[in-house]
Design a protein around this ligand. Structure first.
Ligand code: ADP
Ligand code: MG
Length: 151
């Protein structure tokens, strides 16, 4: 069973169609890169998979569940998160608060302590910098917070 299966996905903005029938499979443990020129539709594809843009046709299956067209907050509960371009942290909140907010969802809330331990193991600097305002971290460290938030 594939982790993510995208079939004939169409999406766009109003009358402007951007995605014309995307087919894509991601297996568990696999990393897939989408490569394309500026304006090709990479961000639109990720926005559609995270529910920010609603598909006009096609199907998205996540661990064999049909999640096509679900709203972003419901996709997060399914386990699909986007780590956005440009990070979008809360710069005036601490690293710890940024990560706690990430665990707001029903799915993540009961596992906050365990998840914090896991991401601190992955990015030890984030544990050291727990009380630092996220906006005062280096760019790379902020990227770690963005990834940790997703996890
Ligand atoms: N909010 C929007 N409204 C209308 N058109 C958009 C919007 N966002 C992106 N587009 C258009 O959709 C196309 C694909 O953009 P995008 O997915 O951002 O490309 P990429 O990430 O591959 O550079 C571009 O032609 C872009 O101008
Ligand atoms: Mg883009």
């Amino acid at each position: 069973m594939s982790l993510l299966e995208v079939r004939n996905l169409h999406a766009g903005y109003g009358d402007a169609e951007v995605l014309f029938g995307i087919d894509l499979t991601v297996e568990r443990g696999e990393v897939v890169a989408i490569v394309g020129s500026n304006g090709a539709g990479k961000t639109t594809l990720l926005r559609t998979l995270s529910g920010i843009v609603t598909p006009t046709a096609g199907q998205v299956l996540f661990i064999n569940r049909d999640v096509t067209g679900l709203q972003p907050h419901l996709l997060v509960e399914e386990g699909i998160v986007m780590v956005p371009e440009g990070r979008r942290l809360f710069p005036r909140l601490s690293v710890r608060r940024n990560l706690e907010i990430a665990a707001y969802s029903k799915r993540a809330r009961p596992k906050l302590a365990e998840s914090l331990r896991d991401v601190h193991e992955l990015f030890p600097i984030l544990k050291e910098r727990s009380d630092q305002l996220a906006g005062t971290l280096s760019g790379g460290q902020q990227q770690m917070v963005a990834l940790a938030r997703g996890l």
